[in-house]
Design a protein around this ligand. Structure first.
Ligand code: NI
Length: 227
């Protein structure tokens, strides 16, 4: 399931992120790629341990914490510290699958990458090309969202970033280990949660049907969640 989450970052947070990134150093993006995907990867990244990356990563993590849509769609257990990349004219990332396990050096923690996330930091009017193309069970989906918006997709999907033909595309990217590993189960919980929200709005929080559906949601989560 591919989920769009709008306005994860406010306009002010996007502007702040961009001004911090303008003053940082960028290195070859192949540092975080596996041997195979390194062959396909042509972009620039802020070093993982750069203070700017860590400070902006905290901004992103706080924004994720307050996003009901993110928490409903991802049911997050761990989030990999957000990274930042850019694609200038001619840069691209050919088709690849992200590594299944990522290691966070400081706390010595492994993250199973159930979900991949791209949080856009450049207005689509400011660049051409640069679409994130994700192979879904329904075919290819091409994603290019407003600055501040984010896409969540199964990390198991083959995906690529098309070459930039004008401007520069900046983004934050990271992975999430979900409490619900299975993409199908997680998708059902997300749909159920959305239906409960609509039903609550129609019938009110204390209606018997709302209470019943909420119980089903939590009991499915209890059955499927690993914590
Ligand atoms: Ni990738």
């Amino acid at each position: 399931m591919l989920v769009k989450i709008e306005s994860v970052l406010s306009e002010e947070e996007v502007a702040h992120s961009r001004s911090v990134l303008e003053g940082t150093t960028w290195i070859d993006g192949r540092v975080t790629a596996g041997a195979q995907s390194a062959l396909a990867k042509h972009n620039l990244q802020v070093p993982e341990d750069a203070p700017q990356a860590r400070a902006l990563g905290e901004v992103v993590l706080r924004a994720l914490g307050r996003s009901l849509a993110f928490n409903s769609a991802a049911v997050p257990f761990r989030v990999f510290p957000p990274l930042f990349n850019r694609y200038d004219v001619g840069m691209k990332f050919g088709a690849h699958v992200d590594n299944a396990i990522r290691f966070i050096a400081g706390p010595n923690i492994r993250v199973r990458t159930d979900l991949s996330a791209t949080l856009f930091l450049t207005d689509p009017a400011d660049y051409d090309g640069g679409e994130l193309v994700i192979e879904d069970t329904y075919g290819e989906q091409s994603v290019k969202f407003a600055a501040g918006d984010m896409v969540l997709y199964p990390a198991s999907s083959l995906h690529r970033v098309e070459a930039i033909t004008r401007g520069s595309r900046w983004a934050s990217f990271f992975w999430i280990q979900s409490m619900v590993k299975d993409d199908g189960a997680r998708g059902l919980l997300y749909q159920l949660d959305q239906s409960i929200t609509k039903t609550r709005a129609e019938l009110g929080d204390t209606h018997e049907a709302v209470l019943g559906l909420t119980a089903v949601y939590h009991n499915l989560l209890r059955r499927w969640a690993e914590v």
